[in-house]
Design a protein around this ligand. Structure first.
Ligand SMILES: [Zn+2]
Ligand SMILES: [Zn+2]
Length: 146
């Protein structure tokens, strides 16, 4: 069963060949900035399971190791993927049926906003580029880093 999603204006649509997994909220500073929100909701599939079915997003190289993508027309954040490896993510909110997902984890909690109360009991993990083969040597291209 394929899973579909797209941006707010409908110019960009995508299809996932299988239901996504690894659903998480990333609280890292780069995700916060990239989605303009308090965390990024992301869920993943293998790269060969994601097809852009209408239009093409704009890809932004947000660091030396990863790209993000958004709709050129309406700005909806759609995608995060490391250049290395076979896994990539779409934003939970861009799915047609985000209610079908189950949250599995909080990531990047070292930057979790102190006033954000999460009472869902999900495991929390800090991000550490050096412990992840895909992110080793990460250099952020974000205008302001913290
Ligand atoms: Zn759009
Ligand atoms: Zn992040």
């Amino acid at each position: 069963m394929s899973v579909t999603g797209g941006c707010q204006c409908g110019a960009v649509r995508y299809e996932l060949a299988v239901p996504p997994s690894g659903t998480h909220f990333c609280h890292c500073r780069m995700c916060q900035r990239a989605v303009g929100n308090v965390f990024a909701g992301l869920t993943g599939v293998y790269k060969n399971q994601l097809t852009w079915t209408k239009g093409q997003p704009v890809f932004y190289q947000s660091s030396s190791v990863a790209k993000r993508a958004f709709c050129r027309d309406c700005g909806t954040p759609l995608y995060f993927g490391y250049d290395k490896g076979e896994w990539n993510c779409v934003t939970i909110g861009s799915l047609d049926h985000p209610e079908d997902l189950k949250l599995e984890q909080h990531y990047g909690v070292e930057s979790k906003l102190p006033w954000l109360q999460l009472c869902d009991g999900m495991p929390e993990e800090t991000s550490d580029p050096e412990s992840d083969e895909r992110a080793k040597g990460l250099v952020s291209y974000q205008a302001e880093t913290k």
